[in-house]
Design a protein around this ligand. Sequence first.
Ligand code: HBI
Ligand code: FE
Length: 274
Amino acid sequence: MSVDEFIRTSGSTLRGDYAAARADFTVDQDMSVYTDADHELWQRLYARQFELVRGYAFEEYLGHLGDLDMSRSIPDFSTVSNRLQGATGWKIVAVPGLIPDLVFFNLLASRRFPTTVWLRKPEEFDYIVEPDIFHDCFGHVPLLFSQHYANYLQAYGIGALKAARLGPEALVMIGRLFWFTVEFGLIRTPSGMRVFGAGILSSSGEIVHSIDSPDPQRLPFDLERIMRTDYHIDRFQDPYFVIESFERLVADTAHDFTPVYARLREMPTFAKAP
Ligand code: HBI
Ligand code: FE
């Protein structure tokens, strides 16, 4: 899909400046557009969330987050990307905001992580639906330094491209896998249940809720159950799925999903909570 067509078909829902986007939807990150107020907002977001993740996030994530040390100002993607390339061969590429599914999957399949350039407004301090630079950098980027996670995300991109060729139902099913792992996944560790999903890691409310609340279900990772589970994009999740390790996650998703899609499309979906 071309940039123009994406803008036209997305209507007024798109947030971000697509005028300078290249055909592959990437842009250059212009550090000069960030104001002192933006950096100050970033600092406050970072400081608040850093305190929270220390008690709730997966330890490997915390190690990489600490190494990155993005606490002082909005990060320069080129610096982060250079370090990342040395660690796992992934790169950070700047994008104006949401990009089409196939473009997104193509980038993941080639170990490039699309990172949004804009920062939320002060009044969105606690909550925002779409990914902004804080969600992408704080939530996603640290785990790209984890070897097994990095491999999982690339395999996901390759698998999602294949699902797109099979049709819309397969794409919905593999989209749920992204949602319940990369965005909202939990992991069992020797020190208890921890968060690795970026949607939770970058959320002040959900990080506490996902671990401490007695309300949501926390089900063991189950690929086929996930593929049949509908979700809300604008409220806390129920259920969450809990993986044992990134190695196990890679192993449990390494097979060809083609026959799985064919079987599951005949089965009922687990309805989302009202
Ligand atoms: N674009 N920038 C951006 N970030 C995303 O997380 C993203 C996207 N486009 C599509 C997309 N995610 C979905 O297809 C995935 O959530 C499966
Ligand atoms: Fe995300």
